[in-house]
Design a protein around this ligand. Structure first.
Ligand code: FES
Length: 152
């Protein structure tokens, strides 16, 4: 963990003593580590110059900050209106069953994380999910399970 602390110090050095740039600093750290462990948040607070409680507040308020490690693959299931009316809930339920996790969680083997999003910008293909950078459309529960099983 010491190594991570040193790394985070290095990453946020440009934001030292700049409390108004807290969010940018956190983004920078997350883009490198993939998430924001408690220890990293503490280092950011110290370097940027804000109380640790403020960092925790920001991290929990904005849904794009992650406080848990992410899996090797991130599955984003769209629950936006177009996807919702075409059965996105059933797709999500199939994935919850298949992977044994809830949105926001990572499988115990670290392979998949599941997130819920509000629109992936390809409503014509609803219901849609993304796995990493790849879009999968016109899903149904069976197809979604099949796709996930075939991801190495
Ligand atoms: S609502 Fe799902 S992609 Fe737009």
């Amino acid at each position: 963990m010491e190594r991570v602390k040193e790394q985070v110090k290095e990453i946020v050095r440009p934001f030292a003593g700049k409390p108004t740039e807290l969010i940018q600093a956190l983004h920078r750290v997350q883009s490198v580590l993939g998430w924001l462990p408690r220890e990293a948040q503490e280092v950011v607070a110290e370097v940027v110059g804000v109380p640790p409680a403020q960092v925790r507040g920001v991290v929990t308020f904005y849904h794009f900050f992650r406080t848990r490690p992410v899996g090797k693959h991130t599955i984003r299931v769209c629950l936006g209106t177009a996807c919702h009316v075409r059965g996105a809930e059933r797709v999500l339920n199939a994935l919850r069953e298949e992977l044994g996790i809830e949105p926001g969680q990572t499988t115990p083997d670290g392979k998949f994380s599941v997130e819920v999003v509000r629109c992936l910008g390809c409503c014509g293909l609803a219901p849609v999910m993304m796995i990493d950078e790849e879009v999968y459309g016109r899903l149904d529960p069976r197809k979604a399970r099949q796709i996930v099983r075939e991801i190495p």
